[in-house]
Ligand binder design. Structure first.
Ligand code: MLT
Length: 338
């Protein structure tokens, strides 16, 4: 089944579930299931734990939820499909794994678009974020109710220090199945290997691939320091990890439960931004203590930035909603229009 047909099938199933759900909204206590792509100790885990505590509080102890870490409930992209058809309640995953289901979300993964935590918060919690929530609901049948902020995705590998694009040549780098990220590495001169997140640790361990990119906190939560030695502080993508709820499941809930879910998502989001600031430096130091060798990209990352933005941005104007939309986003960040 091609991608469009698959989405159409998912949406029609969702519509069916919504219809049957509207006949009788759930009023009994629920213990929801939350899929989490990463391991314990990362921002996804922290967002999930806070969400559960806040949900219990906001629902007066009536509802709770259980976290299934390390992709136990399937690859991150599979969990979007499962939530869309209502066989999974919630998932916490990287935004780059939502983009294939709702392309306008790609504006958050354009290389070098988000340049700080402040940018990430401004975009996700302002009008841009609201529009992306609506688009994701329309395109993928899932509702984004919270955001975790994980910091810049740094490049790790097991072969050698990488500072220049020359150093990168010949390296086999795993990327998510995300066109924008694949094209970014192509602009840097290599053909990356698209692979599900749930398969990445084993592929690094068995040296099927030499490297990957993810934030320090994720590298730590996934124990990548056991299989990767070198880190390059590139800043091409600021990782954002939404908490999604199946719209079918959401619509099955009574009004009070829906409000409790939304309030818990909001509280967990606020906590996530603070947690990143408190944790990131300490985790980076801990990874260095464990033997990871950290390099800065040469010349302030100039060649990486130029190659990626020149080749990748124009290619995705249409899928993110047009150049006008992109300029709206840039204006909100106080940046020059293109
Ligand atoms: C990925 O690389 O597929 C994701 O960013 C991993 C994650 O969810 O942390």
């Amino acid at each position: 089944m091609n991608h469009k047909n698959k989405i159409a099938k998912v949406l029609s199933l969702t519509a069916g579930l919504l219809f049957s759900a509207s006949a009788a909204t759930l009023t009994h206590a629920a213990n929801f299931k939350i899929a989490v792509g990463d391991g314990a100790g990362g921002t996804q885990h922290e967002l999930g734990k806070t969400f559960v505590t806040e949900l219990e509080k906001a629902s007066g102890g009536k509802h709770s939820a259980k976290l299934f870490l390390n992709g136990q409930l399937g690859s991150e992209q599979d969990t979007v499909n499962d939530a869309a058809i209502g066989t999974l309640d919630f998932s916490i995953l990287a935004i780059n794994n939502v983009t294939p289901f709702s392309p306008s979300v790609g504006v958050l993964t354009l290389p070098y678009m988000i340049q700080s935590l402040d940018d990430a918060v401004k975009l996700t919690q302002g009008p841009v974020g609201q529009e992306l929530v609506e688009n994701t609901l329309r395109d993928a049948g899932v509702r984004i109710i919270g955001w975790a902020y994980s910091g810049f995705r740094v490049l790790t590998n097991s072969k050698q220090p990488v500072r220049t694009l020359d150093d990168l040549q010949g390296m086999v780098v795993r990327v998510p199945k995300n066109e924008i990220m694949i094209d970014t590495y192509k602009a840097w001169g290599i053909n990356p290997t698209p692979m599900a997140w749930s398969e990445t640790f084993t592929a690094l361990q068995q040296q099927v691939v030499d490297g990957q990119d993810n934030p320090y906190i994720t590298v730590y939560a996934m124990k990548f320091d056991e299989v990767q030695k070198y880190v390059t502080n590139i800043r091409y993508l600021f990782s954002i990890e939404p908490l999604i709820v199946s719209e079918a499941v959401f619509q099955e809930q009574d009004e009070a439960t829906q409000q409790a879910i939304l309030a818990a998502g909001k509280a967990a989001t606020e906590h996530s931004a603070k947690w990143l600031v408190e944790q990131e430096d300490a985790i980076k130091k801990e990874l260095a203590t464990r033997g990871m060798e950290i390099s800065e990209p040469a010349n302030g990352e100039k060649e990486w930035i130029e190659k990626a933005t020149n080749a990748v941005w124009p290619k995705f104007y249409d899928s993110i909603g047009g150049k006008k939309k992109l300029n709206e986003v840039l204006r909100q960040l106080g940046r020059d229009e293109v």
